[in-house]
Ligand binder design. Structure first.
Ligand code: FAD
Length: 287
């Protein structure tokens, strides 16, 4: 049987950081499980963060107006993307699991990792207007965010000063990972390691090791499937009227983003939907 491959896209400058310790824990545990664990160490690679014309080999199709999305789509089709992008795309193709490991920067990923999203997940390779969300190109792969924060956990509660972490995570998990089809596993959040005791930090790493043991068997997060929407420009890609009607009597919105003006489903972006008795209180997304 072919060996399973996991890709860890890693963004931290220092080998002595807590992020580096998490990365090493991940590689060690996944290797123990028989995975080939590949690390893209973005700072060490000096990975180019900006999406520019240099990412394309040869002439642009449109010499009047350079449009990055269009040009990289053509370049992908014609094998004219720069070597560093192609190398990352090969790693994505080979991986059944991708873990993005990073310190939270401005409620998001560090710029170098955003550059990886911008440059590696090109149209055609990672998505198209036909292949997106649950019909997306990477629907048979799993991906997840694993990150550290400077904030303590309560700061990211719905009544905490930073606001609900579920809202913070929606653009990355829905707009990037799930848009490309990935089944998104619940994130691994290491709250404020810098102000935790050595024992607490060890506990965080041990907890992560234990979670990695059953990671691939975890239920992914819930998103609204494409089938709930009219998938054409004419109807504006809006939710189908009968679905909206069906949702009317429900207590919560569908997801963090598709809240339909109601209360957000609790922890929609950090936990899998509950099963069994508790499921009645949760939205039915049909998947
Ligand atoms: C530009 C920028 C924007 C930011 N935006 C945000 C934001 O929006 N929200 C937010 O919450 N935070 C934000 N931060 C803070 C940032 O997220 C944290 O500083 C970062 O997550 C801490 O992770 P680290 O790996 O750098 O920790 P480190 O400071 O490297 O590590 C913490 C501690 O763990 C120790 N350690 C290392 N290895 C081990 C090991 N093996 N076992 C036990 N302990 C170990 C280290 O020695 C250190 O004492 C921002 C920071 C910057 C620079």
């Amino acid at each position: 049987m072919a060996q399973k491959t996991a890709l860890i896209v890693y963004a931290h400058q220092s080998d002595g950081s807590f992020n580096a310790a998490v990365r090493d824990t991940t590689v060690k545990e996944l290797s123990r499980q028989g995975y080939t664990a590949v690390v893209s160490d973005l700072y060490a690679m000096n990975f180019k963060a900006s999406a520019t014309q240099d990412d394309i080999i040869g002439e642009s199709k449109n010499t009047q107006l350079f449009q990055y999305g269009e040009e990289t789509m053509h370049a992908w089709e014609e094998g004219r993307l720069s070597d560093d992008i192609v190398a990352e795309q090969r790693k994505v193709e080979a991986a059944e699991l991708i873990i993005f490991q990073f310190p939270l920067y401005w409620f998001s990923v560090p710029a170098i990792m955003k550059g990886w999203f911008d440059r590696v997940l090109t149209q055609g390779f990672a998505f198209s207007l036909v292949h997106m969300y649950n019909n997306g190109i990477f629907k048979n792969k799993k991906a997840m965010l694993s990150f550290t924060t400077g904030a303590i956990q309560t700061m990211f509660q719905p009544d905490g000063i930073n606001g609900d972490i579920n809202v913070t995570l929606w653009p990355l998990q829905n707009g990037t990972l799930h848009f490309c089809g990935f089944q998104v596993l619940p994130p691994q959040i290491f709250w404020c390691p810098a102000h935790s005791s050595p024992e607490m930090r060890k506990g965080m790493l041990d907890g992560w090791t234990a979670r990695l043991g059953g990671l691939l068997a975890e239920k992914p997060l819930t998103f609204a499937p494409c089938e709930l929407f009219n998938l054409n420009f004419h109807s504006g890609f809006l939710m189908r009227p009968e679905v909206k009607e069906e949702q009317r009597s429900r207590r919560y919105g569908l997801t963090t983003g598709h809240h339909l003006g109601k209360a957000l489903p609790p922890d929609n972006q950090i936990k899998s939907q509950p099963q069994g008795d508790d499921a009645d209180a949760q939205p039915n997304t049909g998947n």
